[in-house]
Design a protein around this ligand. Structure first.
Ligand SMILES: Nc1nc2c(ncn2[C@@H]2O[C@H](COP(=O)(O)OP(=O)(O)OP(=O)(O)O)[C@@H](O)[C@H]2O)c(=O)[nH]1
Ligand SMILES: [Mg+2]
Length: 326
């Protein structure tokens, strides 16, 4: 990949040039060595965006809801970023093509950035790349960032850990409530949306959901009681209520310092994941390294136990080359 003029690119991204934002996210996706400079330049401009994660079974209406939420936030004059993350695919584009079509009404709006990102095959995967893409969108001045995960499973829970507020979408008649309970999705939802409310069974799903949320561990007084909202995303119905529920949750978190707590946990996770990735890369380099061979020789000779050898290896890996914290 050609080297880029990082300060220039960051300046242009901050001015709201979509191509510059796209280029920065490509640097994230490509794990570019220039990322370090990008993140350093962006750091003073981050911390402003409100991050909302959207999860739910395939076809439940995540992209349609995301698009409707973009419209709602645009009406309120907010700059919006959309990140569609596909943890199961090594390619961006393909599986997300349909989403581009659904988002196409926003394609020419300069106040909206839409980006899909594949994270498989990445060292550290989702935990490594997605937060950095969020930083780019945040630094580019987005007020709200909507993160949709394509695919199911563990990634939903991971996305939840990326977001300030997590929205779980369900649809009537799919046994979705039960599925969600099984997948541990009930715990991560701050706001629940029963989409496709134009279909039969929406009220039953809302009841089922309210029941299951009530049955959960007795909530301490003052705990957040998740909102349940019915929508027909395809027609934009109920979307203002979703925005309202999101704002309510955000205000609740701000009042109690929960937002800061969540962001602290996220940043800690991000730092840890970068450190682990760096360490893993150095360990990778060490295969066939003379230092490792010498340690192995000492182990088979009985001169060294494997734990001490590992300690020495770690010390060698993190020692001279590493930058010690001040
Ligand atoms: N009847 C009805 N259909 C809807 C509604 N919202 C979305 N759909 C349709 O449901 C289908 C799937 O919607 P998407 O928004 O692509 O769902 P998704 O959750 O993003 O799907 P994946 O990204 O593939 O997991 C599309 O054909 C939508 O038009 C709704 O409120 N009612
Ligand atoms: Mg989708």
């Amino acid at each position: 990949m050609a080297t880029v003029d990082v300060p220039d690119l960051v300046t242009r991204a901050r001015q709201g040039q979509p191509r510059a934002v796209a280029r920065l996210i490509s640097l994230v996706e490509g794990a570019s060595p220039q990322l370090r400079a990008v993140m350093a330049a962006l750091a003073p401009h981050t911390g402003h965006a409100y991050v909302v994660g959207l999860t739910g079974s395939p076809g439940v209406g995540k992209s349609t809801s995301t698009s409707a939420l973009v419209s709602a936030y645009r009406r309120a004059g907010k700059r919006v970023g959309v990140l569609a993350v596909d943890p199961s695919s090594p390619f961006s584009g393909g599986a997300l093509l349909g989403d581009r079509v659904r988002m196409s009404e926003h394609a020419s709006d300069p106040g909206v950035y839409i980006r899909s990102m594949a994270t498989r095959g990445h060292l550290g995967g989702l935990s490594w790349a997605a937060p950095q893409a969020l930083r780019v969108l945040d630094g580019a001045g987005c007020d709200v960032i909507l993160v949709e995960t394509v695919g199911v499973g563990q990634s939903e829970v991971e996305i939840a850990s990326l977001a300030d507020t997590s929205v779980v979408l369900l649809a009537p008649g799919m046994g979705d409530g039960i599925q969600a309970a099984k997948a541990g999705i009930l715990e991560i939802g701050d706001v629940f949306v029963v989409n496709k409310a134009d279909r039969e069974g929406a009220d039953a799903t809302v009841r089922e959901l309210n029941h299951m949320l009530g049955l959960g561990e007795a909530r301490a007084a003052g705990d957040w009681r998740p909102s349940v909202v019915k929508t027909v995303a395809a027609r934009g119905e109920g979307v203002d209520e979703v925005v309202e529920a999101l704002e309510k949750h955000r205000a609740w978190m701000e009042e109690r310092g929960v937002l800061t707590e969540r962001r602290l946990r996220r940043a800690a996770h991000e730092v840890e994941s970068i450190a682990v990735t760096a360490l893993r890369e150095r360990i990778g380099d060490v295969h066939g390294d003379r230092r490792l061979t010498v340690l192995a020789e000492q182990v088979i000779a009985g001169d060294l136990d494997p734990y001490t050898a590992a300690d020495r290896l770690l010390a060698a890996l993190t020692g001279p080359a590493a930058v010690a914290p001040e």
